[in-house]
Write a protein that binds this ligand. Structure first.
Ligand SMILES: CC(=O)[C@@H](O)[C@H](O)COP(=O)(O)O
Ligand SMILES: NCC(=O)COP(=O)(O)O
Length: 247
């Protein structure tokens, strides 16, 4: 049983694959990164198989399924193609995310409220294959309620606006996330968070009572360029554990 006070760390390895895809080489291999991140203390590995395959490829996910020791969190859009692939892989955890081909990275949360029936159908389909399903949503009470109605046991609150702002605007974003966690916990949802978190903004999020897991990728992979991946994971995990200890 995981310590209820501990905030878990899911390491997103997408951008190892970004570097590989930049030249179409066989290196760096995201599979090697996943093994190294797990050995450094990651509680799980997150990969986002995008429709445009800009980074993670099916090959990566298939190999990861064979070699990973922790828990795979497969991020996918709500499309038939991705749901069929998720059925083949049968990951422990699937996170349904919004996707627009022209986006640089994920821009907002999934609009569960506006796609209730489709999302609920996907949640039921994935749950039937044994996956724990989370919905990547903004900290909007209406979306949180809709996620509950859709039958998802887990949500992941989008921390992008918090990460991209400063001062009063960032404080307001943090307050909205805090309120979202409280509301979601009252509904019985497990609450994760992620997007844009890094070594200088993660602690206030990790300190929020009720947060279960943080999914962090870009900042860890960036730091790994200078410190090595194992050290980058260890440093992030230490920051999160110390911030959560005071909860
Ligand atoms: C949903 C989310 O915020 C990330 O997990 C997602 O993977 C971001 O997309 P890129 O990894 O392509 O930046
Ligand atoms: N769902 C968030 C995630 O997996 C990692 O996002 P980022 O840290 O790469 O922005």
């Amino acid at each position: 049983m995981t310590d209820p006070q501990r905030v878990l760390l899911g390491v997103n390895i997408d951008h190892i694959a970004t570097l590989r895809q930049a030249r179409g080489t066989r290196y760096p291999d995201p599979v090697q990164a996943a093994i190294e991140a797990e050995q450094a203390g990651a509680d799980g590995i997150t990969v986002h198989l995008r429709e445009d395959r800009r980074h993670i490829q099916e090959r990566d996910v298939r190999l990861l399924k064979e070699v990973m020791q922790t828990r795979m969190n497969l991020e996918i859009a709500v499309t038939d193609e991705m749901l069929v692939f998720a059925r083949e892989i049968a990951p422990e955890h699937v996170c349904l995310v919004p996707e627009r081909r022209e986006e640089l990275t994920t821009e907002g949360g999934l609009d569960v409220l506006g796609n209730q029936a489709r999302v609920q159908e996907a949640v039921e389909q994935l749950a039937a294959q044994g996956a724990e399903v989370s919905l990547f949503i903004d900290a909007d009470p209406r979306q949180i309620e809709a996620a509950k109605q859709a039958g998802a046991p887990v949500i992941e609150l989008h921390t992008g606006h918090y990460a991209d702002t400063q001062g009063a605007e960032q404080a307001e974003a943090l307050a909205r996330i805090r309120e979202g966690v409280i509301y979601a916990r009252k509904l019985g949802l497990v609450v994760n968070a992620g997007h844009g978190l890094h070594y200088h903004n993660v602690e206030p999020i990790a300190a929020i009572p009720g947060i279960n897991e943080l999914n962090i990728g870009h900042a860890i992979i960036a730091r790994a360029l200078f410190s090595g991946l194992a050290e980058a994971v260890r440093e992030m995990r230490a920051l999160i554990l110390s911030a959560a200890a005071g909860r």
